[in-house]
Design a protein around this ligand. Sequence first.
Ligand SMILES: [Zn+2]
Length: 334
Amino acid sequence: MPVLSHLHQLFNADQCQAYIRTLRWKERPLQCPRCQSHHIGQWGTYQYRPGCKRYWCHSCKRTFNDLTATLLHRSQRPLSYWILATFLLCLACSSRRIARELGIHIRTSYRWCWWLRNAAVSYEMHRQLAGTVEADDLYQTAGNKGQAKQGGKKALGHRPRGRRKQRAPGRGHYDKDRPALIAWVSRQGTVVIQATKDCTVQTVQTAADLAGRAGSRLYTDSASSYRAVKGSVHEFVKHTQKAYARGDGHENRAACLFSLLKPYLRVCRGVSKCNLPGYSGFFPFLRNFRQHKAFEQAALILQAALDPAIARRARRGECVACFDHLNLLQTARN
Ligand SMILES: [Zn+2]
């Protein structure tokens, strides 16, 4: 077998464990994940898991280790798999690709990818933009991939979804398999992307309140939903009149962001509309930490995944549900 056929075999188990321990207790005091007590003592190590330390909680009289109550807890796979999977996820690999590179089952890697994506979204949940902000919308073709109309698994022999079907002209809608993505891009470079059912005045106003602080300057195109947005100084360019920039007022950054988002989504080969908030929620993390290398981004995700509170929500898929406000897109995934 070639040496590089599976990269994780080159990882040292002890070093991985030490790395995970550093991340686990970085900026967090050593405390019991069950009763939050700080009265902790050492309680030996594991024979079958070299380097993993065990602790004794004097309050609830139970033991725990570096992985208890985190996303990596009770995983059958060694830590090197997790570290590499997170790294590959930051390189925008699909779950199928990660499964192949690591040599794990596709369902394992699919589950891991969702958990890690949800953990990454915790960095983006409360992000608000200030200063000059540009906004634009995109209608992403997304159907019911993998799901029957009434929910649950699709029976075999179903009609193909028709990903390349002719799109109806005009605005998309969730019910027409073309939900909207609204992007808010600050001139400082930070971005917020929201997956919504439609792009009506009410939706855009809700999205604007969530994305930006009041009093910021807003540049958009001349769509009526944006013109009704309150709470910020607003200027727009009329694309219908072939006007794309007027002095400082343009929304080219937001349009450019979509040119990066589209190839990112294409890797996932046809996103289901109930999974769209998850995929489009992870992308702003990659964008907002684009000054970091992929390994540094992976360290951030792992650090979030090692937080018991975030891990609990990430397993249930609740981090993404923060995008679910009013008529913003429902997340049916768990
Ligand atoms: Zn305890």
